[in-house]
Design a protein around this ligand. Sequence first.
Ligand SMILES: NC(=O)c1ccc[n+]([C@@H]2O[C@H](COP(=O)([O-])OP(=O)(O)OC[C@H]3O[C@@H](n4cnc5c(N)ncnc54)[C@H](O)[C@@H]3O)[C@@H](O)[C@H]2O)c1
Ligand SMILES: [Zn+2]
Length: 373
Amino acid sequence: MTTLELHGSSINIAPGALASIGPSIVERHPGCRIAIIADQQVSQLYGAKALASVLAAGLKLGTTVGGTVAPGMFSFPAGEQHKTRATWATLTDQLITAGHRRDTVLVALGGGVTGDLVGFVAATYLRGVPFVQVPTSLLAMIDASIGGKTGVDTAAGKNLVGAFHQPSLVLIDPHLLRTLPAEHLRAGLAEAIKHGVIADAAYFGWIASSLREILDMAETDEETAVRLVQRSVEIKVEVVSRDEKESDVRKILNFGHTIGHALEHVTGYGVPHGDAVSIGMVAEAALAERLGIARMGLADTIATVCDAAGLPVRLPEGIDPADVVMATRTDKKTRAGQVEYALPAQLGEMAGAGSSYGIAVPEAAVLESLQHL
Ligand SMILES: NC(=O)c1ccc[n+]([C@@H]2O[C@H](COP(=O)([O-])OP(=O)(O)OC[C@H]3O[C@@H](n4cnc5c(N)ncnc54)[C@H](O)[C@@H]3O)[C@@H](O)[C@H]2O)c1
Ligand SMILES: [Zn+2]
């Protein structure tokens, strides 16, 4: 087992960890009550195993006013469209009815939607109760479960209502990736490739040469799954914790996301996040080349790996590059009217250390990069 620490969270990576979440939680929160929350899909696959582990460890469930023991599992329909205030309200009401109090610890068992939603329920329930992340998608394991951002979407946009609330524990079981649908594996892989580009050329190279095993998670060996998850988690933890001392280094995690978010915006979220990040990484690396920041060929190197991973590397048919450029303006990171980008100097190294990793870029250069993609 590997353990990392971040902002008071203990992040444990261990194959088979799901079967021992009970003892891990007892150690951290002796005598607590537990409510496990999962979307319906993950609940069906892993809910019983998770619940069995917490019950075997002697953890209590909620007790209603009438004295009846409440169920240990709560669920909601799967999908981003349910990461809403309505689902937050339903879950909160169910916890109140089930008699959960300040001694309750919530367990978010699932992908990033579940982690963000349950984290926000935990941040607000009785003004805040602890929560434990048990991420089940690759994206949640290496990205969403780490860093303490929680929240829900509104009709006006994604993640507009939320709170910072650190999980006390993040328990990562790479075995759970065996059942993850291919498109969701690819979505997480886009972020893993990003981790390689921003911080570790050797990891990038390893992903490139291991794609066959990685893409066949149902059959892949444990070592490959653990290495993929572990190195990405280490990089995210390193960057987020460095951010406290060296402010703004966290911006490098945004590589591929300025254009990626703009593309999601212009397509009304018709392009999945991982696809948008993949196209965004290639476009932003091409931009870095155009500006003389990165050596020539970097965008091609990234495109080759993303393409082999089954991720798109060109703008979808019918998308006007000018509209994407326009949409980057809504991005929060602007300096003197120019949008700031986190750009790579080479594989494993980001440019702009002297300017807090935000490089203000003229729109004409962005447009040209997108037109030549
Ligand atoms: N808080 C953060 O810092 C942060 C960072 C990145 C992304 N996010 C958020 O994460 C969300 C996306 O996360 P996601 O891609 O995990 O989506 P998700 O939670 O919807 O999971 C994707 C799908 O896979 C299913 N699934 C999950 N694990 C499975 C498994 N092991 N086996 C079979 N099916 C499984 C789920 O039921 C769901 O249908 C977005 O809402 C995004 O905003 C948050
Ligand atoms: Zn992302």
